[in-house]
Ligand binder design. Sequence first.
Ligand code: 9D3
Length: 251
Amino acid sequence: MLHFDVFTLFPTIFASPLQESILKRAQEMGRLSVALHDIRDYTTDKHHITDDYPYGGGGGMVMKPEPIFAAVEAVLAEALPETPVILLSPQGRLFNQAAARELAEHQRLALICGRYEGVDERVRQFLATDEISIGDYVLSGGELGAMVVVDAVTRLLPGVLGDPGAPFEDSHADGLLEYPHYTRPAEYRGYKVPSVLLSGHHAEVTRWRRQASLRRTFLRRPDLLARARLSEADRVFLRQLEEVGAQGGGG
Ligand code: 9D3
């Protein structure tokens, strides 16, 4: 069982993603629980202020430290001292499948979502143990980042996915992009499913899929090939792609 404590000014953002599909099922199965904590509930002033002007001037507002510290310390009072406290921020280390696997080892994770131009630096220095960005683009706050982390980590919990070794493997499990998937009809508007997939030759299907994966990764994400787990046959095929070009397909 993995428990998330999410600290946010907009807890309702999380409602729908948690109520559908895999995340819904994971909660029903008792593998996942998510507690949403409204940072505003931990303000002590009459107007429940959570932001303030930046020292030194400049535009935008900064999230005040007191309500964030109060919220996290109250909620995690009885938690294990090693519970990661993760700040979602554009300055964090980039989230990837390896980071998701690492987080899935914990029993409890705290996620702090920033808003405005950012959070007071003391939150990052003295409260958070970890800082994560989900990619090099600008979001309006940490909530969607936190949701991405919850989703990616939950899929890795034992029993959450139907059959962990089956065809729908993680795109990044062996470090390659996935091969193309097809279902019926065998011809749609004149567009045909590759005949090898209808042939019943299992070994040929496996080889076609592997080569389609390699070709697609070579064309779209060559950066992934450096860290991919490749057989000698894979390397021979890739050398061929480099020499004669990728010849359409897969791109
Ligand atoms: C004006 C400079 N901006 C930094 C690029 C300020 C700023 C933009 C967006 C400050 C905070 C935010 C809100 N973003 C997040 O909280 C965030 C985020 C993101 O923007 N991109 C990728 N991952 C993440 S995780 C949290």
